[in-house]
Design a protein around this ligand. Structure first.
Ligand code: BES
Ligand code: ZN
Length: 416
């Protein structure tokens, strides 16, 4: 974790110093491999030697050459384009001394226009508490045990899809008797051999408006001597929360809007699955009311039923809305906190213009300490009743946001 944090601090510093030098030219700013930029001869504005990434401006001629070089080296999407709109104002407000990356992280949707309908005010729905009562901590334990029994779910392991294919079978069984027909697909990626899973519950009256629930299914270990990566808390927990939510959604009538449940690939490799998926949703012009991310829900570091809610790479509007949802149906104590970097898949939705929400097992500093080790296993330290609360959040989130809203302007943007 410390290493990753340093990585992102470096990246933030790189971006910030790049802005200072950047001036007001029209070409877009990008982050790319230093070696690629040098090979193609694109001027480097600034670089972070530790991670081999540099900041540059890209004109359209260079773009073709860079893409060609990236593909030649097998690096699809070998660079990241930074959103245009906010940069000028960030350059002008750089005296604040804050990292530009943090400024973007705290915008409603990553500094790009919101792609989602207005949020309707909450009205109490008695079918929601009835659904939440079905949440079973024992079933969560079984699913976490099942997933953490794979030696590893690492996206670069020798069988990166063994658990994916097995889990798809479980999901199919879960929705077999639902009163609607789910679509279950695996999603292949450019950046990894591992596949993500999507279960789509098609909306009845507003199928083009979507609610997204997500968790990363992969695991990783930073150990050099033991490849085992059980990833019970990180993140069999969030994956099991969505599995249990789906089981209960399968007892409910068809929603008005589409509910997409994702188990992402390669999060531990740098949000690989979710960034490709969120970018594809943005390019397709999809309307997403909100994307919920569940990543680590088993360790009650601040006490049972106290959760952390990340304020970076998430939507303020959705967090405010969540406060009302929590009051109506959950009753958790909420501590607002930050990761301080793009720590999980909610950041992918946020940077692509979608509202995201990231409730977490505890405040950042009190999270489970054994993530990314072979000690991330089921033990008395992990609390399934605490985790059950996150399945309830996923259910209340989906059942509420998937209702066709009576709001007059479905496209109205609340900006940032
Ligand atoms: N679940 C972890 C980290 C995490 C920490 C999430 C605190 C939420 C709050 C996640 O799977 C992870 O390990 N993320 C990486 C960064 C990622 C981009 C590779 C990390 O934190 O180092
Ligand atoms: Zn992790």
């Amino acid at each position: 974790m410390a290493m990753k944090t340093k990585f992102l601090v470096t990246l933030g510093a790189l971006l910030f110093s790049g802005l200072v030098h950047a001036g007001k030219t029209a070409s877009p700013l990008i982050l790319a491999d230093t070696s690629l930029l040098m090979e193609v001869g694109i001027p480097i504005l600034d670089h972070a030697p530790e991670i081999g990434v540099s900041l540059a401006r890209l004109d359209s001629l260079d773009e073709a050459r860079l893409t060609e070089a990236a593909h030649r080296h097998g690096k699809c999407g070998g660079y990241q384009r930074l959103p245009e709109a906010p940069w000028q104002s960030l350059i002008e407000s750089r005296e604040t001394g804050r990292s530009a990356l943090m400024d973007l992280a705290e915008m409603e949707t990553g500094g790009v226009p919101l792609k989602g309908p207005a949020l309707a005010p909450l009205t109490f729905d008695p079918s929601i508490p009835a659904a939440l009562n079905q949440v079973d901590p024992e079933r969560l334990r079984q699913t976490v045990a099942y997933l953490s029994n794979f030696d590893t779910r690492y996206h670069k392991g020798s069988t990166p899809n063994a658990h994916v294919d097995a889990f798809v079978k479980k999901l199919e069984a879960l929705v077999a008797n639902a009163p609607w027909k789910a679509q279950i697909d695996t999603v292949t990626h450019q950046g990894t051999q591992q596949k993500s899973i999507r279960v789509r519950i098609p909306g009845r009256t507003q199928p083009d408006v979507m609610v997204v629930l997500g968790a990363h299914l992969d695991s990783i270990t930073y150990s050099y001597w033991n490849r085992r990566a059980p990833g019970a808390d990180d993140n069999a927990s969030g994956s099991a929360n969505l599995h249990e939510a789906l089981r209960i959604l399968a007892t409910q009538p068809q929603p008005d809007r589409t509910i997409d449940l994702f188990w992402y690939a390669g999060e531990e490799g740098g949000l690989i699955g979710s960034s490709e998926i969120a970018r594809a949703y943005a390019r397709a012009g999809n309307q997403v009311v909100g994307a919920l991310q569940l990543d680590m829900t088993l360790f009650a570091g601040d006490g049972e039923f106290t959760l952390g809610s990340m304020t970076d790479y998430t939507s303020r509007e959705l967090r405010t809305w969540f406060a009302a949802l929590n009051q109506a149906y959950i009753g958790a104590k909420v501590i607002e906190d930050k990761c301080g970097y793009a720590c999980s898949d909610h950041a992918s939705w946020h940077s692509n213009g979608f509202r995201s929400l990231m409730p977490f097992e505890s405040s950042f500093d009190r999270m489970f300490g054994d993530l990314h080790t072979d000690n991330d296993v089921i033990s008395d330290r992990l609390n399934f009743k605490h985790s059950a609360m996150f399945t309830k959040i996923a259910l209340a989130f989906a059942m509420t946001l998937a209702k066709e809203s009576a709001s007059p302007s479905p496209d109205s943007s609340s900006g940032r």
